[in-house]
Design a protein around this ligand. Structure first.
Ligand code: AMP
Length: 444
């Protein structure tokens, strides 16, 4: 990976890392932080929990190792036990991280250990007894050692879940949760995943992270995972209601979750849906706990197959068999969108999520697509086709209408001129690599 010297990217020294780490970075020949390092390191140095989307090759290993090592170096604990634990799906990856960690700790006294299946159990036991500060491990072997009550994570300061999506796909979900639950509750947790729209990752984030921030970068994998994401354009709320009823009557699903932005909207949809003989429940924050529990139970048991919910009510909702999520209202931001769609799909199943988008919500929806670096599929419901086809420019290009509309030559020429005019203003301006803003998520 080579950095561009003309670039205005800050240097590693501007990240306020310990000098011994900076020396190691220099020795490795890293000139500038990569985008994931630039975004994650300052937040991690504030000891915040993070959910980061980053792929192998992005420099993600140093993005989590450097702040963790800085923390261990600058805040000596004096307590026993492992101080930083990095869980990763495969032995090969664990070895790779181990090697990188040894390079980065070369000028320090920090001790790093590797715990993976297939290697000598006793050697690993001994290594843990020698107060190794940093442990890089695969979950299976850690659990085996935990059964012997060997690793002590009660004073753990940093827990890192690397390639969390892969770990979950490989069936390590319960193992990871068991390990996380045995760790010091005051720890910092950093969760790295190639994709943010993996339902298992979102559920895991709900369970292991506290008041976390999200760093959304480089989500090349998104859009190819468990969840198919669609947009259906709507004229107004009446049209949305018709579309909703049609979808609930015509889609195949075990359980469907319908999101609204307000309690009032959720309540308002109940009557018309029941009028269509659809058995629906409502979940919102102002219901008393007893009613909420009853509603959840009915949904869990499958007595009620459709649930109307607001964001707050659905946080932490972990119910099997939800394979359709409909956004009656477009969520207010990308993170809420991720949390909503994360309620669908099971490990081996595909979930479907459909957003009903009216003209006032178009920009919000586009913002969410940009945030996730994805383009969702536009779908037409022939029986209920409305007038709204998206903004004019998009209509002209035929994108929102499946390419059916022909552009008149004159109009197309005007469009082109407009684009050229705007482009002219940018002649000579350097394109700055886009770095996504981070968004704080406050969990209830
Ligand atoms: P990773 O995504 O962590 O697997 O890193 C991919 C490769 O990029 C590894 O060979 C790292 O050593 C290298 N690398 C990480 N950070 C930087 C950086 N800031 N500049 C140059 N190379 C880097």
């Amino acid at each position: 990976m080579h950095s561009n010297s003309i670039d205005k990217t800050p240097s590693f020294s501007s990240l306020s890392l310990d000098e011994q780490l900076l020396s190691a970075v220099k020795k490795l020949g890293f000139e500038q932080p990569t985008p994931v390092q630039l975004q994650s390191i300052p937040l991690a140095l504030e000891h915040k929990d993070l959910l980061v989307s980053a792929e192998t090759g992005s420099g993600k290993t140093a993005a989590f190792l450097l702040p963790a090592l800085h923390h261990l170096l600058t805040l000596p604990s004096g307590k026993s036990g492992v101080r930083a634990l990095i869980l990763t799906p495969t032995r090969e990856l664990a070895q790779q991280i181990f090697k990188h960690c040894q390079q980065l700790t070369e000028f320090t006294d920090l001790k790093t250990g590797l715990i993976t299946g297939g290697d000598d159990f006793r050697l690993q036991q001994n290594m843990l007894r020698r107060n190794t500060e940093i442990v890089i491990a695969t979950p299976g072997r850690v659990l085996e050692l935990m059964e012997q009550e060997i690793p002590d994570f009660s004073n753990l300061e940093v827990l890192i879940l690397d390639e969390a999506d892969r770990m979950l796909d490989m069936g390590f979900s319960e193992d990871v949760l068991t390990i996380a639950n045995s760790c010091n509750t005051q720890r910092q947790t950093l969760l790295f995943s190639a994709t943010l729209t993996h339902f298992g990752v979102i559920k895991m984030a709900d369970r292991v992270l506290k008041n976390h921030e999200v760093v959304a970068l480089n989500t090349l994998h998104d859009g190819h995972r468990n969840i198919e994401q669609q947009i259906v354009l709507a004229d107004d709320n009446d049209h949305k209601l018709k579309l909703l009823i049609w979808l609930l009557q015509n889609e195949t699903y075990d359980k469907a979750l319908v999101f609204t932005n307000s309690r009032i909207q959720a309540d308002a949809l109940r009557g018309p849906l029941r009028g269509q003989k659809l058995r629906v429940g409502v979940l919102h924050g102002e219901m008393d706990q007893k009613d909420r529990n009853r509603m959840m139970e009915l949904f869990r048991e499958g007595e009620v197959k459709i649930m109307l919910a607001t964001d707050l009510a659905a946080r932490g909702l972990d119910i099997k068999g939800i394979n359709l999520v409909i956004n009656f209202d477009v969520p207010r931001n990308g993170i809420n969108y991720i949390h909503r769609i994360g309620r669908t799909g099971r490990v081996d199943e595909l979930g479907l999520t459909i957003a009903l988008v009216k003209h006032t919500e178009w920009n919000l929806m586009s913002g969410i697509e940009r945030f996730l670096k994805q383009k969702f599929k536009h779908r037409n419901i022939k029986e209920l086709e409305g007038k709204y086809k998206g903004p004019k420019k998009l209509k002209a290009s035929g994108k929102a209408t499946g390419g059916k509309k022909k552009i008149e030559p004159k109009k197309a020429a005007v469009e082109k001129v407009k684009i050229r005019d705007r482009d002219k203003k940018n002649v000579g301006k350097r394109r700055v690599p886009t770095v996504k803003p981070t968004i704080e998520v406050n969990q209830p």
